[in-house]
Structures are given as C-alpha cells and as structure tokens.
Design a protein around this ligand. Structure first.
Ligand code: PMP
Length: 435
C-alpha cells in the first residue's frame, strides 16, 4: 500500500531536513511507502491521512500496553510537574529499580536511555570484571547501534563463510576494522561450535552476549537445553553471560526470558517494554557483578540516565504488568499464531510460525524449523514483505522487515485478531494468485 497524499507531502518535507526522512534506517520503507504518523491510541496507529492500522510494530516492541496508555500518561503527567533532569537521585528511579528487582529477581539495577547504551555498558562491565576483551555473539543477533556488536547481525548469505568459522561482516560502513579482532561470531543453537570456540579462546572471552530468543530474527527460539548449555560453559570458563532482554524483558513473562526459560544471566539488559515506549533502559544482575560498578572503577553514567519522566513511565508500566498486561498481550498473540498456521496450511504455503505468544514470527521456508540465521536467510523474505504490504493496505501493520515478529499489546482486542487474520488470509490469496 502506497502512502496517502498527506503522508507523502509530509514525508517529502521530512527528507529536506532528515536523511531519508527517518531517524532510524530501519524505518525507511521507500519514498512511496513510508508513512508519517498522526497519533497512536491503544492498539492502533493513525497516519496523516487518518487511515487506521492495527499496530503490530508497536515501536519495534516497547508499547506493551498500547499507545498513550491512560495509567502511564497520568503518571508521566504527574512526574512532569517536578522537572525532568536533576543529575541527582529521586524517588521515581528508586521505585522503578525496586519494581524491576521484584519482577526479575536481580539484585541491582543501573539505568540507561536505550538498549544500545545498556548493552554497551554491560560489555564494558564484563570486560572489567574478567580482564578479558573479546565478545562472543551469534549470527543474526542484534544488540544495538554501538560498534562492538554491529557484526554479523544480518550478514550477506551466502558470503559470511563456513558456518564452523563465520567471517565477521560489519553491519555497514564506518565500523572500525580493528574491532573485528574483538568479536567472535558463531551460529545460534549449535552447542558443538560454541563449545569449540570457547575451549579454544576462553582466556580472551569477556562475555557471551545473547538474545535469549532471537527477537531480531522472527523470534527464532533456542533449542531445549541450549541456554542451559551456554550458562554451563560460562560458569566453567568464568565468562560473563549477558542476556540481552531488550526485546524479551517485561514482554514474554513478568521476569522476562530468565523466568520463561529458567536460565539466568550474570548481566541482563532491559529497555523497550519496561517503560511502554518512553526511553529507559537498564543493566541489571546479581551483586557479584553489578556490585563492581561505581567508585570510579568502571565507567557508567549519562546526563539523562534515570530521568524523571522515563522512570515514572516505568513505574506505571510495571504496575500494569503486575496486574496481568503480559497475559492479555500473549492471549492475542496466541490467537494470531494459531490463525496464521491454519491459513498457511489451507493455502499449502510452507512456513514456520514460531516464538512466544506475545511476539510470534513467521518465516516462509520449506524447512521444518528455523534454528539460526542461516536457516532464516534461506527463507522467502520478498514474499513476506509482499504479504505484509498488502495487509497494511487493509489496515493491519506488522513490520515489513521479516526479521521483526508481530508484537502484541494488552489493548489489542478479539475483533482486532479477526480483522488481522482475515487480512492475512486475503493477502496470502492475493499474492499467491500473482505467482
Ligand atoms: N538489543 C536488542 C535485543 C534489541 O532488539 C535492540 C533494539 N531492537 C537493542 C538491543 C537496541 O535497543 P535500542 O534501539 O533501544 O538502542
């Protein structure tokens, strides 16, 4: 679906001042397709031409309660009255940290402003703690926009080499070549390769950073026992396990992936769903590691860290999560996933529908299962984008990028699920007819 006249006009204006008219490369869908938003309300987005969409992007995941959620907006409005940035401790940040501890079982929390910052700080902490410098990451995992992990997020495939020893490919220009020396990248879900890499190089490896499920690869799940295996290796070789819960935290369970999978990290990073779209992130973990921060030994800080508005939003959001918001979002996602499977079966379109209920993903593939980036890369992503683009015309908006799952929120209704599944079926029919 191409954008309407008002969106188009405003987007052209945006391009005069903002490269490509967007403030994140992932937001550009092409000149004729990129929308300009008027407002978000609950589970819906409205564009400049007043077209309504059921929103399954939810800002790349954070808006767990729906846009402009009344309890969050009220708390933010209350908080705004007392100013925002003091560079001093205030009650909202204490309340937010206490709630994070209560839900996730971590001992200590430090705030940051984005997932990128949180993983950057966590990696520094792991390096400081271990006295080692290398980061082991997984192909297809994304940990934000700093240079340390912008490697093999979505490398050219084939072209990223032999899977036993992948070639490190930077995610675009401007990433210092010398940083490749500090990155080990391997396929997800392969215990043998992981064990070999750790055995060979443990004395240089500060941390293994992992998305506990691949939220940036259509919600590809860890195989049973895989996270436990990663945990065991980290214990055996004194490597810090950073669970990057930026997408899963406060979304797939109250205690995030640590609770969902029953495996704990030495450091955990949170952001997105913790504050329903307000810019707040956290680095958290047990005292053993988190206790080392401070006293000028390990650098962490930032002018806006734990600002009043963002931490107040987190307080209200986590209170809603405590009351059951995740269950509602998950019930909606479950309905979608079951519906997608039926439609795909009916139309004999081979695909894998995967992931937890509150963020299901679809990969068009002949494979029985998707276990790693290379499986995903062999899927039909052009077909995915075509189907999603037709759905958008019908007022349903998942992300056209097939790496993104469908994010659901507690404001999505049963009627929304019906509309979405009907739009999905019609889109599949329309696109397949043209083939
Ligand atoms: N880690 C993960 C797992 C993410 O999904 C993202 C963002 N999609 C980030 C880190 C970076 O977060 P932010 O966009 O807030 O910098």
């Amino acid at each position: 679906m191409q954008s309407g006249p008002k969106s188009r006009e405003m987007f052209n204006r945006a391009k005069q001042s903002i490269p490509l008219g967007v403030n994140s490369n992932f937001r550009y869908w092409g000149d004729e397709y990129t929308l300009v938003v008027k407002k978000g309300v609950g589970g819906y987005l409205y564009d400049q031409d007043d077209k309504r969409y059921i929103d399954y992007r939810l800002g790349f995941g954070p808006v767990l309660l729906g846009h402009a959620h009344p309890a969050v907006q009220a708390k933010v409005q209350e908080a705004m009255q007392i100013g925002n940035a003091y560079a001093m401790t205030h009650p909202y940040e204490i309340e937010a940290a206490e709630r994070i501890k209560e839900l996730t079982g971590v001992d200590l929390v430090r705030f940051a402003n984005s997932g990128t910052e949180a993983t950057m700080h966590a990696i520094r902490m792991a390096r400081a703690y271990t006295g080692r410098e290398k980061v082991l990451k997984f192909e297809g995992c994304y940990h934000g926009f700093h240079d340390y992990t912008l490697w093999n997020c979505q490398p050219p495939y084939p072209g990223c080499g032999y899977r036993r020893n992948p070639v490190n490919v930077p995610h675009g220009s401007g990433i210092p070549k010398m940083l490749t020396e500090l990155v080990i990248s391997i396929p997800y879900n392969d215990e043998e390769i992981l064990e070999r890499k750790v055995r060979e190089g443990w004395h240089d490896i500060a941390c293994i950073i992992i998305e506990p499920l691949m939220g940036n690869m259509a919600s590809t799940m860890p195989k049973p026992g895989y996270l436990e295996f990663v945990r065991k290796l980290c214990d055996q070789y004194d490597i810090i396990l950073i669970m990057d819960e930026v997408k899963t935290g406060f979304r797939i369970a109250k205690g995030g992936a640590q609770e969902y999978f029953g495996v704990r990290g030495d450091l955990v990073t949170y952001a997105k769903s913790m504050a329903n779209g307000y810019p707040l992130a956290a680095i958290a973990g047990p005292k053993k590691v988190m206790g080392e921060i401070g006293y000028q030994q390990i650098a962490h800080g930032g002018t806006y860290c734990a600002n009043v508005v963002a931490t107040a939003a987190a307080v209200a959001t986590i209170d809603e999560i405590k009351k059951g918001a995740i269950d509602k979002a998950a019930a909606h996602g479950k309905k979608l996933a079951e519906g997608f499977k039926k439609v795909l079966q009916k139309h004999s379109l081979p695909a894998v529908v995967q992931g937890p209920d509150s963020m299901p993903g679809i990969v068009f593939t002949e494979k029985e299962a998707v276990n790693e980036f290379r499986d995903w890369a062999e899927g039909d992503h052009a077909l995915y984008e075509e189907i999603i683009t037709v759905m958008r015309g019908k007022g349903v908006m998942p992300d056209p990028d097939s790496r993104e799952p469908f994010f659901t929120c507690s404001a999505h209704t049963d009627a929304d699920a019906e509309i979405t599944l009907q739009a999905f079926e019609e889109a599949v029919e329309e696109v397949m007819k043209k083939k």
